[in-house]
Design a protein around this ligand. Structure first.
Ligand SMILES: [Zn+2]
Length: 99
């Protein structure tokens, strides 16, 4: 009976002993989705991890509510290519070729 009590208190102590900043960094994996403007015919930016909108140039994307729109023509952005990058520089690359 006393063993179970010890195990329970140990687990609790471990949780408190590991602040988030002290944990080892997980390998970076950014899932990205290309956001293409149909009228402009250009990639306006990328959606990272399904929540971060990153325009390829400043003002390239503006948010209307939660919908990303083209910063130039206000056109709706369409989802294009998608992939997973292991670094921020890898976003937009499929294989060894940037689209
Ligand atoms: Zn546009």
């Amino acid at each position: 009976m006393s063993v179970m009590t010890m195990r329970a208190s140990l687990a609790k102590a471990q949780t408190h002993a590991l602040p988030p900043t002290e944990q080892p960094q997980p390998r970076v994996r950014i899932s990205w989705l290309e956001l293409t403007c149909l009228p402009c015919g250009e990639v306006a930016g990328y959606l990272e991890d399904q929540r971060i909108v990153r325009p390829v140039f400043p003002g390239g994307i503006r948010l209307e509510g939660n919908r990303p729109r083209c910063g130039r023509c206000s056109g709706l952005l369409l989802a294009g290519n998608r992939g997973v990058a292991t670094s921020r520089d890898g976003i937009g690359w499929i294989g060894a070729e940037r689209r």
